[in-house]
Design a binder for this molecule. Structure first.
Ligand code: UN1
Length: 502
């Protein structure tokens, strides 16, 4: 059985703890993937020191060359796409087509970052004084702590690490404990590309990987004064703590937190299309996406008809190991995640008193008993005040609500503390534009599912979903760089702004 290692200062090494945690396939817990280091604060501090040292050199590598590293990273990922995706499915459960999408999102992010190495545009503005020039540049920040979740074990680390590197920062990467192998693969690829592009000028310590728990590794990021910024995707509770402690230490913090995304279906919508979308949005990735559709808001005129169509299709979804052909839905990622889902189903039944339409139980037939499977679950008669309509579940549970008008549907959609993704199905162009204007979310789809954001567009949410930053596309570069303003006076005399001219 393979024992995996941390990567610190260009070397693969064991944790000082000598301890490991095991990683198993959530679709078949008899399948042991490997052992990963349970790292200590000393490991983290060593990695941060290495990153700090590497920053001195990496920030001086021209940005186009830093971009060239990401180009090679993208090429290697493309070459190994199937193998990476197969292992990702084995590690976290979502079906192979989806892990291929996850890897592709990483490839897209790599090529975008590579091209950004030749842009990283600054701005200039005229000076108010003669014979003087005003410029501004993006400069790197320093060392970043990168904390990522298990549901997109390739895409999300790339969203953070690639732009951080192109801007000239160095990083210490702490992946989710449930998906350490994909992280291990990613860091191997980055290091291979670094060696290929930099050759004899290779700089150890630009990217460091420290496996372990949030309690130890994540907390250490907060304590270590040499961590300048933290990028985190995960729960709102942990995000608030990072924001609080990191804020006190003046660390720059980017947070991507929970969602309670809704799809609205109006009575003029193409129902077949809306049906495909909600099945994909609610049960794709077993509902374990920040962008998953966890609420469906149906216009009363089509409510009963659409719910029947949905139930018929949901009943046919095939559960299983995501690397097997014909499987639609994989397992929950872990036993505790499945317990959370089941607890929410009990809340839906007992506390909320909603009506269970389908599912609501573990799936244990045949081979499914070997994994953390849960039946796709739908509740109807859900009202906006219920907990299953307000709280993020992160599993295959869909709450169906009823509305009588566009305005009411948008009020219901906006009625949670979160604001990540949203969707409306309508063929009325006026309603579509009103929805774009009035929905409180970072992402709105017209006639599309709530999932499936593209890597070159701003990704993130409003309200309790985050702290105002965006990942993806051009917007993420604002997080990973500082602005420096430069004034060049070629008048040969002392010119005083605000004073000499006015
Ligand atoms: C997430 O669930 O945290 O938009 C990320 C999507 C994917 C990314 C999801 N491209 O659904």
């Amino acid at each position: 059985m393979e024992y995996f290692k941390n990567f610190i200062n260009g070397e693969w090494k064991d944790s000082k703890s000598g301890k490991h945690t095991e990683n198993r396939n959530p679709a078949n817990t008899e399948d042991l993937i490997g052992y990963f280091p349970a790292s200590t604060k000393d490991d983290v501090n060593e990695a941060v020191s290495a990153a700090r040292e590497a920053f001195k050199k990496w920030r001086l590598v021209p940005a186009p060359k830093r971009g060239d590293v990401l180009k090679v990273v993208g090429d290697i990922m493309l070459q190994r796409k199937d193998e990476i995706s197969f292992e990702m499915t084995r590690e976290m459960g979502k079906v192979f087509a989806e892990t291929k999408g996850d890897t592709q999102e990483g490839i897209d992010t790599a090529y975008y970052a590579a091209s950004e190495g030749r842009r990283l545009f600054g701005l200039n503005a005229p000076s108010e004084l003669p014979n003087k020039m005003n410029l501004s540049f993006r400069i790197p920040i320093g060392v970043g702590g990168i904390i990522t979740p298990w549901n997109f074990p390739m895409a999300i680390p790339t969203w953070k690490i690639f732009p951080a590197l192109v801007c000239g920062n160095t990083v210490v990467f702490k992946p989710a404990e449930l998906t350490p192998k994909t992280a291990n693969t990613l860091v191997h690829i980055i290091d291979e590309a670094m060696k290929e592009v930099l050759g004899k000028d290779y700089i150890p310590g630009v990217v460091n990987l420290v496996h372990g728990s949030g309690r130890v590794v994540g907390e250490c990021f907060l304590e270590n004064k040499n961590i300048d910024f933290i990028s985190f995707t995960g729960s709102t509770a942990v995000g608030k703590r990072i924001n609080e402690v990191g804020g006190r230490e003046l660390k720059r913090v980017s947070l991507e937190l929970g969602g309670k995304n809704a799809q609205i279906v109006m009575d003029d919508a193409n129902l077949d299309l809306a049906l495909d979308a909600v099945l994909w949005g609610a049960f794709g990735t077993t509902g374990q996406r920040c962008t998953a559709t966890s609420r469906l808001i149906l216009h009363k005129n089509i409510h009963d008809k659409f719910l029947k169509m949905l139930t018929d299709r949901a009943a046919k979804l095939k559960l299983g190991y995501g690397n097997d052909k014909g499987v639609d839905v994989g397992p929950c990622v872990s036993e505790s995640q499945r317990e959370t889902v089941n607890d929410y189903v009990k809340i839906g039944l007992n506390e909320d008193k909603a009506t269970l339409v389908i599912g609501g139980d573990y799936a244990k037939d045949g081979n499914l008993a070997k994994g953390w499977f849960y039946k796709p679950t739908i509740f109807k008669d859900v009202t906006p005040d219920m907990r299953i309509a307000k709280e993020e579940i992160f599993g295959p549970v869909l709450a169906v609500l009823k509305c009588s008008s566009l305005e009411e549907s948008i009020d219901i959609l906006n009625g949670t503390e979160y604001g990540l993704s949203s969707s409306i199905f309508t063929n009325n162009v006026n309603d579509a534009f009103k929805a774009v204007r009035d929905i409180q979310a970072g992402i709105t789809y017209i006639n599309g599912a709530t999932i499936g954001a593209e890597a070159h567009m701003p990704f993130g949410g409003v309200k309790a979903t985050g702290n105002g930053h965006r990942e993806g596309g051009w917007t993420v570069y604002d997080f990973y760089s500082e602005w420096k303003a430069v004034y060049i006076d070629y008048s040969g005399k002392l010119q005083r702004a605000q004073i000499d001219n006015y």
